[in-house]
Every structure is written in C-alpha cells, then in structure tokens.
Design a protein around this ligand. Sequence first.
Ligand SMILES: Cc1cc2nc3c(=O)[nH]c(=O)nc-3n(C[C@H](O)[C@H](O)[C@H](O)COP(=O)(O)O)c2cc1C
Length: 158
Amino acid sequence: MEFTTDIFKQFDKKWALLTAGTEKAFNTMTVSWGGMGTIWGMPVVTVYVRESRYTHGFMDDNEYFTLSFYPEQYRKELGVLGSKSGRDIDKMNASGLTAVKAGESMSFAEAEMTIVCRKVFVQRLAKENLPADIVSRFYGDSDWHDMYIGEVVDIIRK
Ligand SMILES: Cc1cc2nc3c(=O)[nH]c(=O)nc-3n(C[C@H](O)[C@H](O)[C@H](O)COP(=O)(O)O)c2cc1C
C-alpha cells in the first residue's frame, strides 16, 4: 500500500465522499473534515460526522466504510451529495455517480482513489472537552460530531 499526495489539501480543498453500508443498503455524503495518520501501529483515516446525517446511522451499523476522492470534474456531484440528504431523496440516482463494491463496503466507479477502512473507534466530540468558542461557533444547535477512526485496509486506485 502506498499513499503519495499532499494530505492537507485532500479534505479541505478537494473534498471526499464518505460511504458506509453494503450493496443492499448504503449511503454517502461529502466530507471536508478529516485526517490521515497513525495510531495503534496502523495507518488510519479519521472522519467527523454530525449526528443529524443520514450517513451517521450507516457508520454506526456497519464495520466498514470508504473514503473516496474524485477528479475536479465531479465537484458538482459532490456538491449535491453534500447538500441533499439520503433521507429525503434517492441520492444515488440524483448524483449521477455509479455505485460499485469496494472491499466490504461501497464506493463509486468515478473515484480516482478509494480508501477502504475498518471502523476501530467512535466517540462524540464532547462539549466539556472543547473550548467555548468552538462550541458556540459549531454546536449552537447541539448537532454534535462523532469522530470515527478507520484502519486503512485497502487503497484502490483507478
Ligand atoms: C464541502 C462539504 C463538506 C462537508 N463536510 C462534512 C463533514 O466533514 N462532516 C459532516 O458531518 N458533514 C459534512 N458536510 C455536510 C453533509 O455532506 C451534508 O449534510 C449531507 O447532505 C449529508 O447527507 P446524508 O443526510 O445523506 O448523510 C459537508 C458538506 C459539504 C458540501
């Protein structure tokens, strides 16, 4: 497994799709917060998902998730997947992307890279552990982020 890129730009500037579930039932959403690093001697991906997201339930119910990255031409599709909820519309058809199996989870054929992760940790970003300015800026509505850490089990490239 090899990963060579500017990791700081991957989330913030490029965005990604976080997908959880299996062929039978899955959901995806756009993310721009996250990290890649090492813990417990493993390469890991960390993502932050607000409780209100439909994807949140799929993250909790499934052992695997994927994080996938796209060429610039799919920015519009990522915009749709990051503003509409799978609870309200059939996102898979609305997005125009082609769902494909990726390891034990799902991704999309248009991805230039998919990181397959095994969920190894989840925890709420608790109010008492955050400075007041961040709480008031991001959590006025109490829609907390849960932090998910996934062990990188595969990196699939086009
Ligand atoms: C560029 C961008 C980045 C986003 N990053 C995150 C994120 O890191 N965490 C999060 O919980 N929501 C994030 N969102 C919001 C979700 O993608 C959005 O609420 C989505 O509609 C949720 O879909 P779902 O309800 O089908 O899960 C982001 C949206 C955009 C457009």
